[in-house]
Structure formats: structure tokens, C-alpha cells
Design a protein around this ligand. Structure first.
Ligand code: AMP
Ligand code: GLY
Length: 465
């Protein structure tokens, strides 16, 4: 069987790696893939080939049509979609119309990620436990409710300083923060946790009036701030006659740039699986309060949802609340979770698309995987590119780790080179297995020490609680 993976990140490299382990799979294609998937050869000698999209994006209708022609021409049996943007742009609907099997939800179901207002109304309708929230399309109403929360009279940020109510207006001392979310996809820039009226008002005005995020911020969701530990649960979904959501081992992503959760939010600086915070009791609570009502909603809405779903949870005292849905697997969670999967990933994808997921027996290895991410200097702001990535193969091999490339392309890597050079903010992840989290962490950092590029930076506390 031949499989096409859509996307270009570390998550997609991990999918390629796992798919090539399947005895069923003879070849994998990645569109557009990255420097790690280009010519990637599995232990059994099977290959991945990148599909050149000439710098264009699989979100474009024309490129999606070209991919359909490619899949037909190369007789590819199955397509698996990594990122959300092509799903929100209808790639799964197009493939399904053309009669081509694809793991990924259609555009309507993808609104669970592409519109936070829609996701919140879905959660409310079907009783999925989440933060309380309001949705606004009117800037003045949003400001009014925010003012009521912070107990001040400040307006649009500027008035905040004039009212004299400094504690409530600017620092929000003693008052819980508010979380302001742009409705649309905003590449990680659409969520602001505002601890006072001034910051809240500035955010609301910049999103809704000044168009800071383009159309994505015209509608906003304001929700209560939740405390606790964040856990990501990835799952397979097949909404057929009976319908089924099969959760994976939970993972923990570390989103802040610096150690001890300091600094700006990023796409994810590393992950560990299983997530230590996800106890058996928390899992039971998640299944009752979040998973079951989500499946009920997906079925009631009549979504042809065959793909993956990501539950972003906040857990406190073993009680779970849903922060967000993503309609795909997580990055870098996938790089920590797939190496723990004992089952055949290609078989799993097939059972998703052909509706037999409810009888699929998903099995996991014991132990843990730690996957720290190496980023380019400056990330998540402006970062440098084009540096050769050196790789000490002997030292790396001793750890048993796997390298998943992300923002890296093929290119000269120097005498000890990996054949890769940097091309993105999150450059690569290394995933290391251990009998427990300590061992996994030790091996992952030993593996990362065998990789070097100018301006390489990483967190040293991935997987520590
Ligand atoms: P989202 O895209 O909705 O997951 O939000 C991005 C990040 O903002 C999350 O991973 C959390 O760290 C944080 N966040 C979102 N919603 C809340 C909330 N209601 N309370 C606390 N933190 C939140
Ligand atoms: N790691 C968070 C995400 O994939 O959205």
C-alpha cells in the first residue's frame, strides 16, 4: 500500500516514520514534506519521497486538485492530513468527492478548530465541560462585559489610567484574568490572557477594530481563566453508524519558550508521553465529561468525521475542562506519542477511513517518550535560517533516539553533517524512549547533545513536572 502524508512539520515526519514500519506499507510520499522526510529510509529499507508543491500551499484549491491527480496517477491508496489549514480549506471534502480515501475531517467539522465561537457553541449545546465564555461581534459589548469583570470604568485601554482605579484597571490585583480568543485561525497569536482592563481593552480593540489578525479577530470569545495542568489527548475518530473516538496515550506539551514555563508562548518546545498529570481518575472524568458528549455532538451534527481530534485539557483535582479542540494530531505531541504506539498506524488510519475503528484494538508500549524541540535563535520572534546542522551519528545512535525534522531542508551540513540546514523556527525534535520518564529524558538530552547548529536553543526541562 502507498500512503501520502500532507504537511511539512515534525509531526508529519513522525507519521512517515511510523507508517513505514507497517508491513502493509511499501512507500510513503510527503507533500511537501521537509528535509527529514526527503529520501527518508526506514530500517527495512522502504522510502519516503517528497512531492514538490513548488512553494505553494496544500490549502489552495488548485494544489488540492493537483494532489488528487497525483494520487490517482501514482495509485496512492490512502492520504493522511497533518495540519489544520488544508482541512479547514476543504481538502478532505475534495478527496471524498473524488472517491479517494483520506484521514482528516471535512471543512464543516474542521470548524471545531477554525472557529472558536463555533467550538464554544458546540461545547455548550452538547454539554462538553469547558470554561464559561461569551462570544462577541460588537466591540463595545465586549468592552462592557470586560469592564464589569474587572470592576472598572476604563475604556479602550486609554481611559484606564484616568479613572484612578489603578488596581482593578491595570493590574487586576485580586481579580482573575480573562482569556481573550480570536475566533479564527491565527497561527498561535490569537489567545491573550489579560490580567487587567488595560491589557484586555487593548487586545479587544486590536483584534476587533484594528484588524491585527485580519478577519480572524473580528469575532472574539472571552472566557474565564482556568488554573491547573494542561494535558493533550490525541485520538482517532470515525463517525460512522455507531461512531467511535479512540483516545491515545495522553501527552504533555511545554508551550512557553523558556525553562520553568517562562517567556512567550510557542508552537510547543517539547512533549512527554504519557502525561504524568493524567491519572486513571482524570481519564475517567475526561471520558464522561468531554469525550462522550463530543462524540454525541459529532454524530448529531451529522459530520462525516474520519480523522484525528486533539483535546486540549486543563486538569485540576482530577477534573478535566476542555480548552480547545484541534481537528488533527498535535505537534510536538505526535513525536512523543507515536513511538509509544504498538499498533500498526497504517492499519489504524485504514480503520478510520473504512469505519471499522470501533473494533480496532489500539495497543501501547509501556514506558515513556521524551521529545524536546531544538529551535533557531530568536524563535518565536524573528529567527535565523540557513545554518548547517551537524550530527554525531555514533553518539546519537547510542541513545536509540529518533530525529524528526521540522524547519529543516536538505543542504550541506559540513564534514560531520546531517545533510540538513535550518529553515524554520522549530528546527527538529529528538524522541527518546525509556522505561520511565527519567530514562527517556536522559536519553533525549544525550541525543540532543549529538546535534548542533549555530544559534541552536532548547528547553532543558521537557518532561519535568
Ligand atoms: P487555545 O488555542 O484555546 O488552546 O489557547 C492557547 C493557550 O492559551 C492554551 O494552551 C492555554 O495555555 C491558554 N488558555 C486558553 N484558554 C485558557 C483558559 N480558559 N484558561 C487558562 N488558560 C487558557
Ligand atoms: N502542541 C499544540 C498543538 O499542536 O496545537
Amino acid at each position: 500500500m502507498k500512503v501520502l502524508v500532507i504537511g511539512s512539520g515534525g509531526r508529519e515526519h513522525a507519521m512517515v516514520w511510523k507508517l513505514l514500519q507497517s508491513p502493509k506499507v511499501s512507500k510513503v510520499y510527503a507533500a511537501p514534506g521537509n528535509g527529514g522526510t526527503a529520501g527518508f529510509v526506514s530500517e527495512s529499507g522502504k522510502k519516503c519521497e517528497n512531492v514538490d508543491l513548488l512553494g505553494r500551499d496544500p490549502c489552495e484549491a488548485e494544489i488540492q486538485e493537483a494532489l488528487i491527480r497525483y494520487v490517482k496517477r501514482e495509485k496512492i491508496d490512502l492520504t493522511v492530513v497533518g495540519p489544520e489549514a488544508p482541512l479547514a480549506a476543504g481538502i478532505a471534502d475534495r478527496f471524498n468527492e473524488a472517491g479517494l480515501p483520506i484521514a482528516g475531517p471535512g471543512k464543516k467539522a474542521a470548524m471545531l478548530e477554525s472557529s472558536k465561537a463555533y467550538a464554544k457553541s458546540f461545547m455548550n449545546t452538547y454539554g462538553v465541560r469547558a470554561a464559561r465564555s461569551y462570544t462577541f461581534t460588537d466591540v463595545n459589548k465586549a468592552l462592557e462585559v470586560t469592564r464589569e469583570h474587572f470592576g472598572g470604568t476604563g475604556n479602550r485601554g486609554k481611559a484606564a489610567g484616568k479613572t484612578g482605579k489603578k488596581s482593578a484597571e491595570t493590574s487586576g490585583e485580586g481579580i482573575s484574568p480573562l482569556v481573550i480568543k480570536a475566533d479564527g485561525l491565527a497561527a498561535g497569536k490569537g489567545v491573550v490572557i489579560a490580567s487587567g482592563m488595560k491589557e484586555a481593552a487593548e487586545t479587544i480593540v486590536s483584534f476587533m477594530e484594528e484588524g491585527k489578525l485580519g478577519g480572524a479577530g473580528k469575532t472574539i470569545v472571552i472566557e474565564e481563566f482556568l488554573e491547573g495542568s494542561e494535558v493533550s489527548v490525541l485520538a482517532a475518530v470515525s463517525a460512522g453508524k455507531t461512531g467511535c473516538i479512540l483516545p491515545f496515550v495522553a501527552a504533555r506539551d511545554h508551550k512557553r519558550r523558556f525553562d520553568n514555563d517562562q517567556g512567550p508562548n510557542t508552537g510547543g518546545m517539547g512533549a512527554i508521553a504519557p502525561a504524568p498529570e493524567f491519572s486513571a481518575a482524570a481519564r475517567r472524568d475526561f471520558e464522561e465529561a468531554i469525550l462522550k458528549p463530543t462524540l454525541k455532538g459529532i454524530r448529531a451534527e451529522g459530520f462525516d468525521y474520519r480523522g484525528f481530534i486533539f483535546f486540549g485539557l486543563m486538569i485540576q483535582n482530577e477534573t478535566c475542562r476542555l480548552l480547545e479542540y484541534n481537528v488533527r494530531l498535535g505537534d510536538p505531541e505526535t513525536q512523543a506519542v507515536l513511538p509509544l504506539m504498538k499498533s500498526d498506524f497504517a492499519e489504524l488510519c485504514l480503520s478510520i477511513v473504512n469505519g471499522s475503528l470501533d473494533s480496532f484494538s489500539l495497543e501501547w508500549k509501556p514506558g515513556a517518550v521524551c521529545a524536546p524541540v531544538a529551535v533557531a535563535d530568536g524563535y518565536p520572534g524573528e529567527y535565523r535560517k540557513g545554518d548547517a546542522i551537524a550530527f554525531n551519528e555514533t553518539a546519537f545512535a547510542k541513545t536509540g533516539a529518533v530525529l524528526f525534522a521540522a524547519g529543516a531542508v536538505r543542504g550541506p551540513g559540513g564534514s560531520e553533517g546531517s545533510g540538513l540546514r535550518t529553515a524554520g523556527g522549530r528546527v527538529l525534535a529528538v524522541s527518546a524512549y525509556g522505561a520511565g520518564p527519567e530514562e527517556a529524558r536522559g536519553k533525549a538530552y544525550a541525543a540532543l547533545n549529538a546535534v548542533a547548529f549555530d544559534g541552536m536553543a532548547f528547553r532543558r526541562d521537557i518532561g519535568e513536572s
